[in-house]
Design a protein around this ligand. Structure first.
Ligand SMILES: [Zn+2]
Length: 309
């Protein structure tokens, strides 16, 4: 029997700025096709088999909350679902709470050997680089891969690209991140403001931009070799500009990555279980989520933070 109330971070839109506060709110009641989740399934809606979820398995949630029947979902692109369902934490209750109600169709079983706090990071900060590099970038063994931006996603991007067999160079303006990148397997790190050194690198088959500003976009396009793919993951919402000849002459391509599919989430959880990707996390109590967000805003987080109830 679940308690009636739970601790949750509540976001309130407003001016001059929105607020977020820790509050005691009602535990959500799962609707017909939903389950109530606290790592394991603790309650189910009337159309969901309680028996199926009664073995104590721990579940991850595929964040896009895909409908499963729109054209994009039917083609296997459930990260692009156009079923107009609200995403968790974006219009409906998210993960900064002790319990969450989600459609049973959004659950992906966490394989044995993957700690729950690692799986939490995999659902976004590993899944997104995996989708960008494997599916969109089509990275193959011996491909030259440039990862721009060595933050939480970029460090996972390095490991994904290495697991796919690429020769991986990491670029950032902050050289203090290079030691950790090297521990995680990057072949070479480079200060992206050092133009001479960048020019000496030669071209890349795949460039993934985890920063997403005009300067990194232009840098990425410039670093592509013939037929290269530029994938943008981080997006600042600002406009990009470039000379189209830069892509035209060498038949390069530019694509934007959005999250990842539920199938990719299963694949990448298996890679983590096999020890091929080791996400870096700092674990904090749920009650400190506001301080965690402040630290993130101030650029004090090297990899990814996870809050646990
Ligand atoms: Zn859909």
């Amino acid at each position: 029997m679940s308690p009636l109330t739970m601790l949750a971070a509540v976001f309130t839109p407003g001016t001059p700025k929105p607020t977020i506060s820790m509050e005691s709110i009602a535990v959500p009641i799962p609707s017909r096709n939903e389950v109530l989740l606290k790592g394991e399934v603790v309650d189910v809606g009337e159309d969901v088999s309680k028996e199926y979820y009664s073995d104590g398995s721990i579940w991850a949630v595929h964040g896009p909350n895909a409908c499963g029947h729109c054209g994009q979902c039917r083609r296997g692109h459930d990260n692009r679902c156009v079923g107009n369902r609200l995403q968790f934490g974006l219009g409906r209750g998210g993960g900064y709470a002790e319990y969450i109600a989600v459609p049973a169709s959004s659950l992906v079983k966490i394989p044995e050997g993957v700690p729950v706090e690692i799986a939490a990071v995999v659902t976004d900060a590993v899944l997104t680089p995996y989708h960008a590099l494997k599916t969109l970038g089509n990275v193959r063994a011996s491909d030259r891969v440039l990862v721009i931006g060595l933050g939480g996603l970029g460090l996972n991007g390095i490991q994904v690209a290495k697991s796919l067999g690429g020769f991986v160079v990491g670029a950032d303006i902050n050289t203090s991140k290079f030691d950790l990148a090297k521990q995680l397997g990057v072949d070479q790190c480079i200060d992206s403001t050092d133009q001479k050194a960048m020019d000496a690198l030669g071209g890349f088959d795949v460039v993934v931009d985890f920063v997403g500003i005009n300067a990194t976009f232009q840098l990425g396009i410039k670093m592509l070799k013939s037929g290269g793919r530029h994938i943008s993951v981080g997006l600042s919402g600002k406009e990009f500009s470039f000379n189209s000849k830069a892509l035209l002459i060498q038949e390069g391509s530019f694509q934007v990555a959005y999250w990842g599919t539920s199938w990719e989430l299963r694949e990448v959880l298996d890679l983590v279980a096999a020890g091929k990707i080791k996400p870096q996390v700092e674990v904090k109590p749920l009650s400190e989520v506001i301080q965690c967000l402040e630290a993130l805003r101030e650029g004090k987080v090297l990899a990814r933070q996870v809050v646990v109830p």
